[in-house]
Design a protein around this ligand. Structure first.
Ligand code: FMN
Length: 254
């Protein structure tokens, strides 16, 4: 049983950041403990019964895959995350430079606690901005290694992409990002942002106003569409759901 405890005062479920609706609270799938004033609910049963959940505030997680500092990718990410915050998201940043992430090894039986914590942070977010320098026409090895650790944490959620290049247009790295994300059954915004060296000044600031505008739209859209997609996926992700619920039930047991 997937269950959760929800304090009556805010009915806030921390791990998945959802709010319990009144109809769910009074349903047979939630038990109210009068002593602690906490609801204990079977999430799946409650969803299956059609009691909606809506989450309080979307969290947009930015992930930057450059090991360089100062980093053009990071500068771009700051602009997009600021716009996400201004659009109502709680924003967080995972800078891969600062993480101790071993090379992903499918044979490794034990996952270090530090890696589990990172995966939990990813799972807690509702939408993502992925930023990478273009390396040899693709994404950085650091970002690819990071993504190899993830699957259930990101299924069904929305991604926006930004790429920093030397002189290229970034098309190749962006295409690879889009492909990777589709293989984990996640969504991509229909446009992305690429900037090359000449779009930055010597201090590393992004000077191109057109690109700043595009990044702001990316941050806004990943917030607004990210919330819509997350809510729909969460409603549809019901164990044993039929074809009328689309692809989400395939990910119900994760
Ligand atoms: C190993 C390596 C490979 C690179 N390959 C490309 C490339 O294929 N195309 C390109 O335009 N720039 C390439 N570059 C340049 C980086 O994409 C560029 O410096 C980028 O702005 C760095 O972003 P950062 O400041 O966030 O690290 C490469 C740089 C490195 C170190």
């Amino acid at each position: 049983m997937t269950s959760c405890s929800i304090p009556a005062d805010n009915r806030h479920v921390k791990h998945s950041d959802v709010v319990l609706t009144d109809s769910a609270a009074s349903s047979g799938d939630c038990a109210h403990n009068r002593t602690t004033d906490v609801y204990r609910c079977n999430i799946r049963a409650t969803l299956r019964a059609g009691h909606g959940y809506a989450h309080t505030m979307i969290t947009v997680l930015g992930i930057t895959g450059s090991m360089r500092w100062p980093s053009h990718t990071h500068m771009m990410m700051e602009v997009a995350l600021r716009a996400a915050r201004e659009s109502g998201a709680r924003v967080e940043l995972l800078d891969l430079r600062t993480l101790e992430l071993p090379m992903y090894d499918p044979r490794a039986g034990h996952i270090p606690p530090s890696v589990s914590e990172i995966r939990d942070r990813v799972a807690d977010a509702h939408a993502y901005l992925l930023g990478t320098p273009e390396y040899h026409g693709s994404i950085s090895g650091a970002l690819k290694n990071f993504l190899d650790y993830l699957y259930p944490e990101i299924n069904g959620k929305l991604f926006g992409f930004l790429v920093s290049t030397g002189n290229d247009l970034g098309t190749s790295a962006l295409t690879h990002l889009r492909e990777i994300v589709s293989y984990v059954h996640a969504w991509s915004l229909p446009y992305s942002v690429a900037a090359s060296m000449e779009d930055f000044d010597e201090a590393g600031h992004l000077t191109d106003l057109h690109l700043r505008d595009r990044l702001a739209r990316l941050g806004r859209d990943v917030t607004v569409y990210g919330q819509l997609i997350y809510d729909q996926f969460a409603r549809d992700r019901v164990t044993g759901g039929g074809a009328h619920l689309g692809f989400a039930p395939w990910h119900a047991g994760e």
